[in-house]
Design a protein around this ligand. Structure first.
Ligand SMILES: O=C(O)CCC(=O)C(=O)O
Ligand SMILES: [Fe+2]
Length: 228
C-alpha cells in the first residue's frame, strides 16, 4: 500500500474479468451513479444503507475503536491517524450488512476481508494511498497466499460531517463528500487487471465534526481468514 516508483503488479485476465463483471453489475443498478473519470472506475450510491444501520455501526465503532495500523514496509501511522476497528463478521447484523454489500457488487462474501470501521476526529486523516497490495513489497507473498490482490473497495459513510473528510482521488479526478448512508465503490484494478495507480486516494482531514465510515476490501479469491 505504500507509494513506490516500481510497478505495483502485473496484468491479470482473472482480475480483468472480475472488474468487467462487477462494473457491468453496478452500471445496471439504478441506485448506482457512475462518477465521471477517464482514469478510474468509481460509483456513488446515496442511501445505500439506512439510518438505523448507520447508527448501529457508529455505536459499534465507538465501542471497539483503537488507533489505526497500516500494512506497509515504509509507512508510519502518521499516514492514518484515525481510530479503527474490525467488525465481527460472524455477529448478527454485521453478517447481513456484509452480505448486502457483497451482493450489490456480485462478489462472494468470502472474498471480503473483515469489515473495518474508522472514526476520524478533527484534523485526523488517511493520507494518499492505494488499497491494492504492491506486489514488490515483502508482505506480498503472504497476501498472495491468503486471497491475493484487493480488487474492489466499498466504503460507506455513516454520518454527515460538518466540514472536511472528503475522499479524494487526485489522479482520478473524483472527490466524494461524506453523506450519511452513501456508499463509494471503486475498482482498484485497471481494465487489464493490473493495479491501477490512478486509484491513489486520501481521506481528507476532518475540519469540524467527526467522520465515521466502514470499508470493505475485496480480494480476488476467497480470503484465507474467511475460509475457516
Ligand atoms: O476515509 C476515507 O475517506 C478513505 C478511507 C480509505 O481510503 C480506506 O478505508 O481504504
Ligand atoms: Fe483506501
Amino acid at each position: 500500500m505504500a507509494i513506490t516508483s516500481v510497478p505495483p503488479g502485473h496484468p491479470s485476465p482473472a482480475r480483468a474479468a472480475i472488474g468487467q463483471a462487477v462494473a457491468a453489475r453496478l452500471d445496471a443498478d439504478p441506485r448506482m451513479q457512475r462518477l465521471p473519470s477517464d482514469a478510474i472506475q468509481a460509483w456513488r450510491c446515496p442511501g445505500f444503507l439506512d439510518d438505523a444501520n448507520c447508527d448501529w455501526l457508529v455505536a459499534m465503532i465507538e465501542a471497539n475503536r483503537r488507533p489505526s495500523t497500516l500494512l506497509t514496509d515504509k509507512g508510519t501511522n502518521a499516514n492514518r491517524t484515525s481510530d479503527s476497528c474490525d467488525m465481527d463478521r460472524h455477529a448478527d447484523g454485521v453478517r447481513q450488512i456484509d452480505e448486502y454489500i457483497a451482493a450489490s457488487l456480485g462478489i462472494a462474501p468470502a472474498n471480503g476481508e473483515t469489515m473495518q470501521g474508522q472514526r476520524y476526529a478533527p484534523a485526523q486523516h488517511f493520507r494518499a494511498h492505494h488499497d491494492y497490495f504492491h506486489e514488490g513489497e515483502s508482505y506480498w507473498p503472504r497476501m498472495r497466499a491468503t486471497g491475493g490482490q484487493r480488487t474492489w473497495t466499498a466504503m460507506i459513510y455513516l454520518n454527515d460531517v460538518e466540514e472536511g473528510g472528503a475522499t479524494w482521488f487526485p489522479l482520478g479526478g473524483v472527490r466524494a463528500v461524506p453523506r450519511k448512508g452513501m456508499a463509494l465503490i471503486w475498482n482498484n484494478m485497471a481494465v487489464d487487471g493490473s493495479p491501477n495507480t490512478a486509484t491513489l486516494h486520501e481521506g481528507m482531514p476532518v475540519v469540524e465534526g467527526v467522520k465515521y465510515i466502514v470499508t470493505k476490501w475485496f480480494r480476488e479469491e476467497p480470503w484465507a481468514a474467511a475460509r475457516a
